[in-house]
Design a protein around this ligand. Structure first.
Ligand code: PMT
Length: 327
């Protein structure tokens, strides 16, 4: 019996070890960004300054997958960063959270997302006689409200950018080293659309691929980092992943499968074309639909998603505290 148990333990330990080695090997062949130390320092200081609050990491936007080492071309995806940037605003407005917003460079950002540079310019007038610049009075109420929210929350927002898949993965891993200290007070809200395929640097062309003949590319699978993230990097945090499909018939079953596979708390399932009007929050035991008519009522579904997940995170913290006090 004793030797059977110890044999089992050894097997388990070795499979955990194998998993860690595999993920390390995967990271080792990627191009490591040079700014990780400064990101970690910044994030550490930010979290310390806000340790009286709950901390959220919100990821947002798509990742690029380079085709050449000296990159001219890359493969990208559709994500505009609406989900992540809007959710960041609503979460900050609860007053309960400090937010690290990890977003794809040039995708939407909190507050500035409300207007394009052109829209903003069209609302400004230059008066040649006085050399003054004025804002259209019809635009002022909207602008005032956004500036007010921005000012009220700027100390609680840290923005960090990525562009490529490897920048995203390395930065995410680095940030979890900081966040892990805050245990169940941390929420990860993984709304970024992360590529599942990549070309390993050793298989990549060094220079611009020439267009002398048709091109065939081979992509390898990116391991889902959700697994090490939940299991090893931030095992005590409240982790929310998103599941995107274009076929509604497989969406919920894939979301449930993700929960079983990765062992986190909540998957928010959405279908590409209806994602602004409908999401389903899937847990191990149930599912809850949030529906809005974004066109008709000028509402954003992120407001309701955030209200819902804030409550779930609080319930999670309460449960963890209750369990800790009985041990
Ligand atoms: O930005 P918008 O235009 O507003 O769109 C929002 C959104 C549709 C992108 C967002 O709501 C969403 O669904 N994001 C997740 C999209 C996605 O990557 O789904 P997936 O099924 O491919 O991945 C599921 C989860 O695995 C994601 O939480 C992702 O963070 C994670 N993942 C993905 C790839 C990878 N290699 N490792 C991962 O851990």
């Amino acid at each position: 019996m004793a030797s059977g148990t110890s044999h089992l333990m050894t097997q388990r330990q070795s499979s955990v070890f194998d998993e860690l080695v595999q993920i390390d090997e995967f990271f080792a062949q990627l191009q490591k960004p040079s700014n990780l130390d400064s990101i970690r320092t910044k994030a550490g200081e930010f979290c310390k300054r806000n340790e009286h609050l709950k901390i959220a990491l919100i990821t947002s936007g798509g990742t690029t997958v380079p085709m050449e080492l000296n990159t001219v071309r890359f493969v990208d995806n559709f994500s505009a960063g609406t989900r992540g940037s809007a959710s960041t605003e609503y979460l900050l407005q609860t007053g309960q959270y400090a937010v690290i917003f990890l977003y794809r460079s040039k995708s939407l950002e909190p507050y500035s997302r409300h207007f394009s540079p052109d829209e903003l310019l069209n609302q400004l007038q230059w008066e040649p006689e006085t050399d003054d610049i004025t804002v259209s009075s019809s635009f002022k109420p909207k602008l005032r409200e956004i500036l007010k929210h921005k000012k009220e929350t700027e100390d609680r927002l840290l923005k960090i950018t990525f562009t490529t898949l490897s920048e995203y993965l390395f930065t995410l891993r680095e940030l979890t080293l900081v966040l892990n200290e805050f245990g169940s007070n941390t929420m990860l809200y993984l709304a970024a659309a992360v590529s599942d395929f990549y070309i390993p640097p050793e298989n990549m062309a060094i220079h611009k691929i020439q267009s002398s003949e048709p091109l065939r590319l081979h992509f390898e699978l990116v391991p889902k980092v959700l697994r090490p993230l939940v299991k090893f990097w931030v095992p005590d945090a409240f982790v929310i992943s998103f599941k995107l499909e274009t076929d509604e018939n497989i969406l919920l079953s894939k979301a449930r499968k993700a929960l079983t596979k990765y062992g986190h708390k909540l998957v928010i399932a959405n279908e590409l074309n209806t994602r602004k009007d409908k999401v389903t929050l899937v847990t191990e035991t149930d599912s809850e639909v949030i529906k809005v008519d974004s066109q008709l009522n000028n509402v954003e579904i992120e407001k309701f998603i955030v209200e819902n997940v804030v409550q779930r995170h609080q319930d999670f913290i309460t449960q963890v505290e209750a369990e800790t006090s009985t041990h």
